[in-house]
Design a protein around this ligand. Sequence first.
Ligand SMILES: Cc1cc2nc3c(=O)[nH]c(=O)nc-3n(C[C@H](O)[C@H](O)[C@H](O)COP(=O)(O)OP(=O)(O)OC[C@H]3O[C@@H](n4cnc5c(N)ncnc54)[C@H](O)[C@@H]3O)c2cc1C
Ligand code: FES
Length: 253
Amino acid sequence: MFIYNTPVEKLIALDNNIFLIKVHCPEITKSIQPGQFLNVRVSEGIFPLLRRPFSVCDVEGESLFLMFNILGEGTKLLAKKHVGETIDILGPLGNGFNLQGNFETAVIVAGGLGAAPFPYLVRKIGDKKNIKCFVGGRSSHDVIQYGMKNVLTSTDDGSLGFSGNVVELLQNKLSSSDYSKIKIFSCGPNVMLRSLKEFAVKNNIECEASTECAMACGFGICQGCPIESTEQTDKYLLVCKDGPVFNVRDVVI
Ligand SMILES: Cc1cc2nc3c(=O)[nH]c(=O)nc-3n(C[C@H](O)[C@H](O)[C@H](O)COP(=O)(O)OP(=O)(O)OC[C@H]3O[C@@H](n4cnc5c(N)ncnc54)[C@H](O)[C@@H]3O)c2cc1C
Ligand code: FES
């Protein structure tokens, strides 16, 4: 893990408020794994003070992509970067998704901007396994299919695909004979991850989730990103160091 001063190569506006930023950073691209993240200094000045964590969205040669939507000060500044400007990036951080195992099909479940880590996961899996993607959002504007493969969509308001949430869609589309042959890779709001965990545990399905929480240092020093472990009561793990990807059985979501 190091800090790199990386030049911006492209800023792409995908859809309503969703951006991809492409930076050149061969030191990171040669080792980063899907699910890992970078802690980005969004401004040259002192405000905002804290770096912002972003999942690696994709890797193309010596360049990497981050996906973001404009929420607050940090992402507002990121969306104003120009080609050639440099951004200070700390990484790679955290663990990644575990692609080992005997599963035949990788089932990706993404809610809203939880789609961000999956283009790289899809690229890494390539044709080594089957891939099915379940992508949900509140409405059609929130469904991000960028870099996904074999996509089924859901929206809470019924404006695109299945009308309902993405876990209900998954339950409708999987049959019990699939359960032992799949592994679920997920990212999204906690409410989605919680109901996905319930479904996966009940049906004995392998399932990993990329979790989110507020972070400061990003590498285990400040103790500012605890997540409760299911192993023992009162035991906490750190999202930045022990995660952000966890087996859903190991943490309280
Ligand atoms: C491991 C990890 C990976 C992440 N990956 C991505 C990614 O790939 N793309 C991405 O856009 N963001 C990602 N995030 C969230 C990101 O780090 C920022 O928190 C978020 O983009 C908002 O930053 P901001 O400075 O614009 O907003 P701030 O000014 O910090 O916050 C503005 C408002 O948004 C709320 N807010 C802040 N963060 C979140 C959040 N995560 N969810 C809902 N509301 C929030 C705040 O409470 C506040 O009300 C990730 C976070 C973690 C921990
Ligand atoms: S963000 Fe500092 S310990 Fe996790």
